[in-house]
Design a protein around this ligand. Structure first.
Ligand SMILES: Cc1cc2nc3c(=O)[nH]c(=O)nc-3n(C[C@H](O)[C@H](O)[C@H](O)COP(=O)(O)OP(=O)(O)OC[C@H]3O[C@@H](n4cnc5c(N)ncnc54)[C@H](O)[C@@H]3O)c2cc1C
Length: 528
């Protein structure tokens, strides 16, 4: 039987950070078990190839039918392979709002206020602008300026500025509110995944053993202590022994799935699946929160945005050649180049909607091609009140879980979304963006509440930030304690987005990496 001091399950944003830190210095031997591949090829490294991911790199989940979306199923992409979702995401570097972390602390997570987490964000970050009070300058996670923002993205920023929305060139600094270009997790024009940051391009070292292509089935316990992990490799069942600890980082869907398969979860549901209950914990798979999002899309007569005309295709081919030679040009685009944080409810403690301005006309998560050229803008509800669940569809780890974000089950989210769509359109209709004469693919009379609500229910979906299914907290009902130890057993930790008690007001990669960093420190301290 293979053995390691610490077994980390899942090599994504949180898992790679935890595994990298724990194997640093060789104090512990670490085995990292990842279902997907190594993700070292061009599909991962070329930023614009985020549009061309396949089942090899993406779990491509879907939700159960959503009553709030007129019975439609939502799309839930999740990264597979080293780097996890940081290997397929839009690379936008955002941490959320200071208020989010202070709120976590107030909700019973001591040690997670903004002042507590800031040092970990800084420790992880290598911002090309250098370090300062808010930023790290020499961490492993590279954060860069965009090499090649489309002029239309700057027009979006100017349109917002013309409406007195403050320009913001650092959404992670003193103030989140405002409009500007995003910084991206790239190094020298290449996508910088958490795996590249924390494990390097050749991850194996004497202290770290990386197994890819293995599906973890469950954590194994003896006398209430995690002692190993059962996994499938090429159809064969295997076991690896964890001498000191197991760190679970299989993401917001994988982590609750593995907990439930290990007997930790809602008792009645586990029994229905024929699973022996080890810890009856209702919170496992509950508290699923996600950023519900509406996308407005425009077709332009001009060809300055990304598009699939002959000119667009030739530009792409030229850009690919340029990237291969110099790591520069249009292939470095994250597509969602600019954005904004806006407060639509004057009583909100922090901006309540986020915009992502995209330099192409987007339809159905980019899965449907729009002819010609154009641009789009997302608006999402930053602190949704709707909470959903992840449940087992089967006791077989290879079967996708049932994902129910329960979008719009709380009416406050629709009210915020409607305000957000109206605020977004004010920017989209202002010059110089309006000078592009975009034709709205879904024109709407914004004064008509019913029509707007119908349109939102017909078209809204995730903007890819599900969290919360193994929430931490001080009270006994929480899945993890604030040091990320799974309650009710010994030697098992969680290090991914599932521990967030509340979804942060922004993108979730940097926060997941911060959680991975912190988990590594908690484990190391407990084992000292
Ligand atoms: C399309 C898309 C765009 C996004 N854009 C952005 C963005 O621009 N900026 C941003 O900040 N955030 C973005 N996000 C969100 C962000 O990337 C995620 O929130 C973050 O990466 C989650 O980290 P994690 O550690 O929780 O999980 P993940 O990074 O998803 O890692 C989980 C890992 O566990 C593995 N795994 C799961 N089950 C098993 C199993 N049974 N056995 C073995 N391994 C398993 C998975 O393969 C995966 O590698 C985006 C996400 C997506 C999908």
């Amino acid at each position: 039987m293979e053995e390691a001091d610490i077994v980390v399950i899942g090599g994504g944003s949180g898992g790679a950070a935890a595994a990298g830190r724990l194997s640093d210095g060789g104090k512990f031997s670490v085995a990292l078990l990842e279902a997907g591949g190594r993700n070292t090829g061009l599909r991962t490294r070329i930023p614009a190839f985020l549009a061309f991911q396949t089942d090899k790199t993406n779990w491509n989940y879907e939700t159960v039918p959503q009553a709030g979306l007129g019975g439609r199923r939502g799309h839930q992409p999740r990264g597979k392979g080293l780097g996890g979702s940081s290997a397929i995401n839009a690379m936008i570097y955002i941490r959320g709002n200071k208020w989010d972390y202070d709120n976590w602390a107030a909700l019973g997570c001591p040690g997670w206020s903004y002042d507590d987490v800031l040092p970990w964000f800084k420790r992880s970050e290598h911002n090309v602008r250098g370090g300062d009070a808010y930023h790290g300058g020499d961490g492993p996670l590279w954060v860069s300026e965009q090499h090649h923002a489309n002029p239309g993205s700057r027009d979006f920023v100017e349109a917002g500025a013309s409406l007195q929305i403050p320009r913001n060139d650092d959404f992670n600094g003193a103030r989140q509110e405002g409009i500007g270009l995003y910084q991206v997790t790239q190094k020298g024009g290449e996508r910088w995944t958490s795996a590249r940051a924390y494990l390097g391009d050749a991850p194996d070292n004497p202290a770290l053993h990386v197994l890819t292509g293995v599906t973890v089935e469950r954590v194994l316990f003896e006398d209430g202590r995690a002692w190993g992990v059962a996994y499938l490799q090429g159809g064969e069942s295997k076991v690896i022994r964890a001498r000191k600890a197991v760190v679970l980082a299989a993401g917001v869907f994988g982590t609750p799935q593995i907990l439930m398969l290990s007997g930790i979860g809602p008792g009645a549901h586990l029994r229905e699946q024929g699973i022996t209950v080890r810890v009856d914990r209702a919170a496992v798979g509950a508290n699923l929160q996600d950023h519900i999002d509406y996308v407005a899309a425009f077709e332009t007569p001009g060809k300055s945005f990304v598009g699939n005309s002959l000119k667009g295709k030739l530009d792409m081919a030229g850009a690919l050649f340029q990237w291969l030679r110099k790591r520069e040009g249009m292939m470095t685009t994250p597509f969602a180049e600019a954005g904004a944080f806006l407060t639509t409810d004057p009583h909100a403690p922090a901006p309540d909607v986020q915009l992502h301005f995209v330099v192409a006309a987007l339809e159905d998560h980019g899965r449907t091609q729009v002819p010609g050229h154009g641009y789009s803008c997302h608006v999402c509800v930053l602190r949704p009140e709707s909470h959903g669940t992840v449940r087992l569809a089967s006791s077989d780890a290879r079967v996708a879980p049932l994902i129910d974000p329960a979008f719009f089950s709380d009416p406050r989210d629709m009210a915020t979304m409607m305000r957000g769509v109206r605020a977004m359109y004010r920017i989209l209709e202002a010059p110089p963006l309006s000078d592009h004469q975009g034709r709205d693919r879904y024109p709407i009379d914004l004064r008509d509440d019913d029509a707007l609500e119908r349109l939102i229910r017909a078209r809204a979906d995730t903007v890819y930030h599900p969290v919360g299914t193994a929430r931490m907290g001080s009270n006994e009902d929480a899945v993890c304690d604030p040091r990320l130890r799974v309650r009710g057993v010994e030697g098992l930790y969680v290090a991914d987005a599932s521990v967030m008690p509340k979804l942060v007001s922004g993108n979730t990669n940097a926060p997941s990496i911060m959680i991975g960093e912190r988990c590594a420190d908690f484990v190391a301290a407990d084992l000292a």
